[in-house]
Design a protein around this ligand. Sequence first.
Ligand code: CMP
Length: 125
Amino acid sequence: MKNRTLAIIKPDGVRDQVVGAIIDKIQKNGFHILAMKLSKLTKESAGEFYAVHKGRPFYDELVTFMSSGACVPIVLEKENAVAEFRNLIGATDPAEAAENTIRKLFAKSKGENVIHGSDSDEMQK
Ligand code: CMP
């Protein structure tokens, strides 16, 4: 069944000028873009978005980073979109990500890892 997932190209991706390359990769993997914009999160909205990680050692750093510049949220559609997109982006730490995944190709570190993908159909995380 076709379903939707939320991708966010993070501020490092916008700063490093790899938005086009990442979108190209996403589309070549069969995802359809339903909505997309350039948007800067406030610290408050980044904190709410990542509320599930509140209390973890990297939380403050994550919220500061996610609100440090513009990002590109994208709603995508494909068969089995959530799981397929998690496969395409690769492991959280780019050093552990599989070859040819977006994080392996474009991310520098676990904290600044270029892209987010929902981990459930709730479309909140
Ligand atoms: P993301 O998939 O957006 O979801 C939570 C984010 O927290 C994750 O990507 C990383 O960017 C960040 N994160 C997870 N673990 C760590 C860590 N150990 N150190 C720094 N950031 C982390």
